[in-house]
Every structure is written in C-alpha cells, then in structure tokens.
Design a protein around this ligand. Structure first.
Ligand SMILES: CC(C)(COP(=O)(O)OP(=O)(O)OC[C@H]1O[C@@H](n2cnc3c(N)ncnc32)[C@H](O)[C@@H]1OP(=O)(O)O)[C@@H](O)C(=O)NCCC(=O)NCCS
Length: 177
C-alpha cells in the first residue's frame, strides 16, 4: 500500500457516484478517439492517439465509466521497455462534466499501483506548458517539473522548446512512486 500522504488522503475519498474502473479494450477505441479533441478544449490531439494504443497498451491503461457505461475518463500508459524503473503516462483525461472530483487522480492511483506492482519507482509524463490545468493537476498529485538542459521559461513554466515534431513545446514531469 502507498505511504504517500496524497494517496492516503484519497483512499475512501469520493469519485463521482457510480463510476467504475476497468481495463480498456480495442473496442473502446472509437468512443475514446471521438472525445479527445473536445476534452482537450478543442486542441487537435487525436493524432497523438492512433489505434495502436488500444491494441498494445491496454494491460497498463485504465478506463472509467459511469453507471450507464458512458466514458468518464481514461489513462493510457505503459511500463517503459527501455527504462526498467519507469512507467510512462501517455494521455490522461476526464469528462469535462466530471472534473475536480478526484477522477483524474484516481485514474493515476490505478496506474501507479500497476507500476509499483511491476517494480517501477517513477512515473514520467509530458504536457504542453500552456496547459495550466494539466500542470496544476500533475503538481497536485506529486509530479515535479524536470528542468532538463535546454529548458526555457515557456508560458511561465520550465519547458523544452520544439520537444516533439521539432515544433511542439513540452514540460517534462516526473513523480517518484
Ligand atoms: C487534467 C485533468 C485530467 C484533471 O482531471 P480531474 O478529474 O479534474 O482531476 P482531479 O479532480 O483528480 O484533480 C485533482 C487535483 O488536481 C488539481 N487540478 C485539477 N484540475 C485543475 C485545474 N483546472 N486548475 C487547477 N488545479 C487543478 C486540483 O488540485 C485538484 O484537486 P481539487 O479539485 O481538490 O482542488 C482534466 O482537467 C482533463 O482531462 N484535462 C484535459 C486533458 C488534459 O489536459 N490532460 C493532461 C495532459 S495529458
């Protein structure tokens, strides 16, 4: 069991009533991909989630749904094949109508439990430095920004300019688990 006080605080804490968690399957792909751009506030991010993520990474990912089976949130992640101490969270999102109720943090709880069980000692994730909600969320659940060489202050946050595709800036985050 986690010794982290942030996790302890959430144990028994509320996620919205009726929410359940399970592994996604490939059959969930159309449902997930349909909401991605909308849930990210209209940014065109569905390109970051081709179907392969729901074919090869479901065993380390989580999906939340409401009592009527509607998508409430998801976290797509994996255990790094190259770095045996690391789990990597690729994308996490919750339904905009269910935000600030502990759902995102609970998706991470599930993912981190998997990572610990697999002997991983840290989780890494990246985010666009202009995504204030994502930065605040990750900070609140214990992530720290990594000030890597080449970091610049972008949108008020240490971040890597042109980190992806030579044009997309990213803040790199890490949490010890
Ligand atoms: C980021 C995101 C996943 C958070 O999901 P959530 O279900 O609202 O998260 P939680 O309710 O578990 O939030 C836990 C804590 O994070 C912080 N937090 C979350 N959203 C925040 C926001 N918009 N502004 C400030 N702090 C925020 C708060 O401290 C919050 O605790 P509190 O509500 O008791 O104050 C959600 O806003 C989202 O889906 N955003 C769009 C997708 C995205 O940007 N994903 C992250 C990059 S991959």
């Amino acid at each position: 069991m986690s010794q982290d006080p942030r996790d302890q605080q959430r144990l028994g804490g509320a996620v919205p009533p009726g929410i359940t968690f399970r592994r996604p399957t490939e059959a969930d792909y159309p449902t997930i991909i349909r909401v991605v751009d909308d849930w990210w506030g209209g940014r065109n991010l569905s390109k970051l989630l081709p179907r392969l993520w729901l074919q090869h990474f479901t065993g380390t990912s989580w999906l939340a749904e409401d009592s009527e089976g509607r998508l409430a949130g998801f976290l797509i992640g994996f255990l790094s094949p190259d770095h045996p101490d690391t789990a990597y969270a690729h994308m996490v999102a919750t339904n905009p109508n269910l935000r600030r109720r502990g759902l995102g943090a609970t998706l991470y709880d599930h993912f981190i439990a998997d990572a610990r069980a697999a002997g991983r000692s840290q989780v890494r994730a990246i985010t666009w430095p202009g995504n204030r909600a994502s930065l605040a969320f990750h900070r609140s659940i214990g992530f720290e920004l990594e000030g890597l060489p080449g970091s610049q202050n972008l949108y008020g946050t240490p971040a890597q300019p042109g980190y992806d595709f030579d044009r997309e800036d990213r803040a790199v985050m890490r949490r010890r688990i």
